[in-house]
Design a protein around this ligand. Structure first.
Ligand SMILES: *Cc1c(COP(=O)(O)O)cnc(C)c1O
Length: 214
């Protein structure tokens, strides 16, 4: 498993299929630093984790020395982990409740650490997933931006597994356009080529780079 070659295959595909700039988030959840290290040495910038504690254990020392690395939280954030999340992450892709927005805003002011946020959209109101229903995005976005002064850079979605993902990539693209949100976090190992057709700017790639998770 050569993670640098795997990453480069994705880069080549992006060159072939996309006109815009696409950021590759290497999703390193469950993998050890030894497995991730070749990508760090290669100079890769964006890495994704889905658990706050795992990210702190793995990345705390690394980001002190390698200040250009940007960590993305792509999993659910519990409000009791907000202070820890602000210490380690540059982006949070799973902003999905009033309570979380309030806590993030409060802790940002307290710690003077300001992150970039994606609001997660839950198009089919799937119970096992986080996210705000489509029809509440406008209101939630205004609340986050205006009332809570959070820097919302984009929208994020994880399409239902049993439906064609392009349906949801298209929905997310138009929802972002209507609401003046520049970035789109969509597309994983199995569907990123489709996601970039609909303007994705942050793809989240795990298994194609690191192999299957245990
Ligand atoms: C694990 C995960 C990914 C990466 O999935 P792969 O199929 O391994 O590329 C992307 N997004 C989220 C939210 C994840 O939890």
């Amino acid at each position: 498993m050569n993670v640098v070659i795997n990453l480069n295959n994705v880069v080549q595909n992006l060159k072939k299929y996309s006109k815009q700039t696409v950021n590759i988030i290497a999703v390193s959840k469950t993998f050890s630093l030894n497995e991730i290290r070749p990508l760090i040495d290669f100079g890769h910038i964006h890495f994704g984790e889905n658990r706050v504690n795992e990210a702190i254990d793995k990345w705390s020392k690394i980001i002190i020395h390698d200040t250009k690395i940007q960590l993305h939280l792509i999993g659910r954030l519990q409000s009791n982990k907000v202070a820890d999340a602000l210490r380690i992450f540059s982006y949070i892709h799973s902003l999905d409740s009033i309570k979380l927005a309030e806590k993030l805003s409060f802790e940002q002011e307290r710690t003077q650490k300001y992150l970039k946020y994606f609001i997660q959209v839950n198009f089919e109101n799937e119970k096992q997933k986080g996210g705000i229903p489509e029809d509440q995005i406008k209101e939630f976005l205004n609340f986050c931006r205006i009332t809570k002064k959070l820097n919302i850079v984009g929208l994020m979605c994880i399409p239902p597994i049993d439906k064609p993902p392009e349906l949801y990539f298209q929905k997310l693209q138009s929802l972002a356009k209507i609401n003046n949100v520049p970035e789109l976090s969509m597309g994983m190992s199995s569907d990123y080529i489709k996601a970039i057709e609909f303007g994705s700017s942050f793809i989240r790639i795990g298994s194609l780079i690191f192999g299957n998770r245990k």
